[in-house]
Write a protein that binds this ligand. Structure first.
Ligand SMILES: Cc1ncc(COP(=O)(O)O)c(C=O)c1O
Length: 402
């Protein structure tokens, strides 16, 4: 008997995805120098133990890693005292330690209208719980801030000024040195959020009169997620946010008072610190200025052409204004929701960008894009001119169809 013939099934081939282009460097640096990955794996494979706890050889190598990381950061940011560099899991935690460890009931805080939720949310909690009050200094539609507006906002009970070094929505740099000088004159503590500038813009904690320098390891410092920190000037004291084992003063049931132990309870992220140290050493060797120049060239190339595309609206400083921004550009395509645009860029062109409010509703209020938000393109040292041109081509095609 003959068996009935079964029709041959056609093999379905998945549609070919375009080669991915990562333009979300403001969120995190996806590509790392090979030295960073090697350092992480080397530490994990060959050392892999905690610091400050044991006397055996590997534990001493771990001590060396922690010391070396602080030392590299001190060089990069011109930090006076290494014992005042506190490691955290990211900049959000660093900012929380500064705000919650420093502010007392009744204190007044001045902050810019470009701050991230990492600043405004803990401040609102402190407002509810400790009765602190704050004043927001508004930015104009290009993200520019006038340092004298900060001085105007000072009150007799102003204890702290919070300022992001660059907007994570439109990239505009802020007048950190000028505001720092005003704070120093009045002995007001100065907290700077360097999430978008550490590793891209030179930062001098002493010359800029910064009291609390908060940084994150996974963005332009080229390290791993789960690392960050807070550098504190010798002028300021802080309460700890958590207490526990530090490997020091173990005979005492109270938290040690010496820095950094007071703030670094529990086992640290050594794998992440190994990556962070390698990232910072890479930047020290190659120069932060060269990263800035590379990102500025890519940004200018992108922005100067994006501005000319019919139906595209860019926000922030216009192209041609050099030296005033980092590699972060926000735009919208008329008639299109930002999330729709970001989806199409990814789906059809393999271009990864971020849409929405970027955890910075204040900045979107300043530029007039709240609550819809924008699509953010952000460039890093590994991006190329070819990738910028591909992004522009995609934008042209999409905006023509709308
Ligand atoms: C200006 C600014 N502050 C704070 C943060 C929070 O960074 P992290 O998630 O590393 O704590 C970011 C990152 O998105 C940022 O851009």
């Amino acid at each position: 008997m003959m068996t009935p013939m079964t029709p041959k099934k056609k093999k379905k081939t998945a549609p070919k995805r375009p080669k991915p282009i990562y333009l979300d460097c403001a969120a995190t640096s996806r590509q790392k120098p090979p030295q960073v990955l090697k350092a992480l794996v080397d530490f994990a494979q060959n050392v892999g133990v905690s610091h400050g706890r044991g006397a055996y050889r590997a534990a001493i190598e771990s001590n060396e890693l922690v010391f070396g990381t602080r030392s590299a950061l001190a060089k990069l940011f011109h930090i006076q005292r290494m014992d005042r560099i506190l490691f955290t899991k990211n900049i959000t935690e660093a900012i929380n330690i500064a705000l919650k460890g420093y502010l007392k009931p009744g204190d007044h805080v001045v902050l810019s209208g470009l701050e991230h939720n990492a600043v405004i949310r803990p401040l609102n909690k402190l407002k509810a719980e400790r009765g602190i009050e704050y004043t927001i200094v508004p930015a104009n539609a290009t993200g520019r801030l006038n340092p004298y507006d900060f001085e105007e906002a000072f009150k007799p009970n102003t204890k702290l000024v919070c300022l992001t070094h660059a907007s994570n929505v439109i990239g505009t740099l802020t007048p950190v040195a000028e505001v720092g000088a005003l704070c120093a004159k009045k002995n007001i503590a100065f907290l700077v959020d360097t999430a978008q500038t550490a590793g891209v813009v030179p930062i001098d904690m002493q010359a800029m009169n910064i009291d609390f320098l908060a940084f994150t390891g996974h963005k332009s410092l080229l390290g791993a997620p789960g690392t960050g920190g807070l550098a504190v000037s010798a002028k300021r004291d802080l309460d700890s946010l958590i207490e526990g084992g530090t490997g020091s003063n173990s005979d005492k049931e109270e938290q040690p008072t010496q820095w950094p132990d007071k703030f670094e309870s529990g086992t640290q992220n050594y794998w992440g610190l190994a990556a962070l140290r390698a990232g910072v050493e890479y930047l020290l060797k190659n120069g932060v200025q060269s990263v800035f120049r590379k990102e500025e060239a890519l940004t200018q190339r992108f922005l100067s052409q994006a501005e000319k595309i019919k139906g595209v609206k860019t926000y922030g400083l216009l192209s041609g204004v050099t030296g005033g921004r980092v590699g972060v550009v926000s735009l919208n395509v008329e008639g299109m929701d930002p999330s729709e645009l970001a989806y199409e860029l990814d789906e059809k062109y393999g271009i990864m960008v971020r849409s929405g409010l970027h955890c910075a509703p204040l900045a979107h209020k300043a530029i007039g894009t709240y609550p819809i938000g924008t699509v953010r393109f952000s460039f890093g040292p590994y991006n190329t001119d070819v990738e910028v041109e591909k992004a522009l081509k995609a934008l042209r095609e999409i905006s023509q169809k709308v």
